[in-house]
Ligand binder design. Structure first.
Ligand SMILES: Nc1nc2c(ncn2[C@@H]2O[C@H](COP(=O)(O)OP(=O)(O)OP(=O)(O)O)[C@@H](O)[C@H]2O)c(=O)[nH]1
Length: 210
């Protein structure tokens, strides 16, 4: 049985390195129930990880956590953030994997890290979260030993699609159930990309709290 609020030995990185074009403003700074979305993710993730960093390319800084920018300059996509996450994890003693989560999924499970680790990944396996039959390629455990491989892969501008890279790896997935709320089930990886999604998330948050 997994402790629902379990701190693990895995470091985590919040991926906030995208352009937030559909939101029209930084998703990290976008207010959800009066609080920046970054704070919602921090509140969910921090109790689960051994160390934490924020991947951002917008000059974001944080009082308590290091911020790390992509090594590649032209916003090649989330794989660049995952590359930085594996590099960050190499600075954490004994880390074999790093957990990545996007800044726009405010209902992340409290047992995300523990449940992914429950798949007992070897040093070479990627463990991705799955809900409602959909795999979430930016929510998962990445082996630290992939750092060089990802960096090398990104050097070729044709090679930037995360899904294509994943096809070259040993990938395991872990299913997560919907969260039951007063208004019905909510996907724990509900993604806030647009102002409409934000309104929906406000609605879900109220239902979760009621
Ligand atoms: N480091 C890094 N992360 C990225 C990049 N593009 C997207 N991401 C991250 O990947 C996750 C999924 O990104 P999307 O929602 O597809 O893209 P986005 O830039 O956030 O939003 P849109 O511009 O509206 O597509 C988010 O956590 C983003 O911050 C990038 O070029 N570099």
């Amino acid at each position: 049985m997994v402790d629902p609020r379990c701190r693990t030995h895995v470091p985590g990185v919040i991926l906030a390195g995208g352009l937030s074009r559909r939101m029209g403003q930084s998703k990290a700074a976008t207010l959800l129930a009066g609080k920046p979305m970054l704070d919602h993710i921090l509140a969910r993730l921090l109790p689960q990880v051994s160390a934490l960093a924020i991947n951002s390319n917008a000059g974001l800084t944080h009082r308590d956590f290091p911020t790390i920018a992509d090594a590649v300059e032209d916003h090649p996509g989330p794989l660049a953030g995952i590359a930085r996450a594996t590099q960050f994890a190499r600075t954490v003693p004994d880390a074999r994997h790093v957990l990545t989560v996007p800044v726009d999924t405010p209902f992340l499970p409290h047992n995300l890290a523990a449940a992914l680790l429950g798949a007992q990944p070897g040093n070479d396996a990627v463990v991705l979260a799955c809900s409602n039959g959909r795999m979430h390629p930016v929510i998962g455990l990445w082996p630290v030993m992939l750092a060089e491989q990802i960096t090398h892969w990104l050097q070729n501008p044709q090679n930037r699609k995360l899904m294509v890279f994943l096809q070259t790896l040993n990938v395991v997935s872990v299913d997560f159930a919907d969260v039951e709320t007063a208004i019905g089930p909510v996907d724990p990886f509900f993604n806030v990309n647009t102002p409409d999604d934000l309104a929906q998330a406000e609605h879900y948050l109220k239902a979760l709290q009621s």
